[in-house]
Design a protein around this ligand. Sequence first.
Ligand code: IPM
Ligand code: MN
Length: 384
Amino acid sequence: MHSLKNVLPNGTPDSPAIDWSFMKHYKIAILPGDGIGSEIMAEALKVLDVVERRNPVTFDRMPGRFGASAWFETGNSFPDDTIALCDKAHAILKGPIGLGHEESKVIPIEEQPERGALLPMRRRYDTFANFRPVYLPASLSHFSPLKPEIIGNGVDIMIVRELVGGIYFGKKETGVNDRGLRYAHEVLEYDESLIKRTVDIAFDTAMKRRRLLHNIHKSNVLKSSILWTEIIDETAKEFPDVEVRHMLVDAAATHLCLDPCQFDVMVMENMFGDILSDQAGGILGSLGLMPSACVGPQKAYYEPSHGSAPDIADKNIANPYSMIGSVAMMLDMSFGMTEEAANIWQALQSVFASGYSTSDLSKPGTDCTIVSTGEFGDRVVAAL
Ligand code: IPM
Ligand code: MN
């Protein structure tokens, strides 16, 4: 398809200058991160190129260092120049970060990329609402390790995870106690405003979907879950059309395996969401199928839900779906380009439907053609 920019005539001295004000200009911070990050980001950018070529939009891509790779180069995993470009970006597209268990020991604990870069980014932009779609159409249900009678019709869940509160961000302390034993102490704290804003977003999301919301909690033990559930019940009065079901987090882990199709929107605090969203990725067959959006009052960033998979880095075999899906979420949620987002989802599904997949999804007995990271991205671009 031709770019709109190339088919429009240029202004000439005899004709009035063309009014280009319909063009939208977006600045995007591009942070490939560590491990497989740069490989899957390259495929995401191919897709962004296609969208740019056929819409009245420009994407100013501002690359930045972030994560362990940034630490090795600058001694800081979220360096000042990266902070500056994220500050001025309309949205941030971020790859996975982190090193393997042993490798990360060379970096001081507080500066390891999870504590030194990712959590500070979440805090800086107050990205409290983390959307993690768990989606597998019926046609791809063979990717799931669950039996066809459980997953045969596919699954379509939206996990809404609170992302800037709870035990991740509470006070932490370590030391030696008066019995001479090493101890660690950390606080799980939420105030009602932190809960309310996430819960509101979850109800809004439920209204746009099947109007069914699961409140995932641990009220039989945790006071924070009692408060969380109170706020759910209060907010439910503002959304009489949404059916609310309460489920303990441990039970939810079981139900996700036994009957994932009962869920539509699930809302939960930070750490529950971390754990259950990885489990949900397992139900799809690969964490490579888990994009996400992290949304704050001013800014959002988009990232795969998975880690940097250092064991398969630089082999051109990683699955770029989650990174490309994160582009779709960015176009939809930050730039209002809903149709292009839908096109990308469709293109991603169609590559699988044509019998191609990356190696993370290949299973003995299935006759998929395994493609590389780059080939997968090329096929998505061709489908677009
Ligand atoms: C995620 C990741 C992060 C988290 C890590 C890298 C700190 O696992 O986004 O789910 O625990 O939130
Ligand atoms: Mn996680």
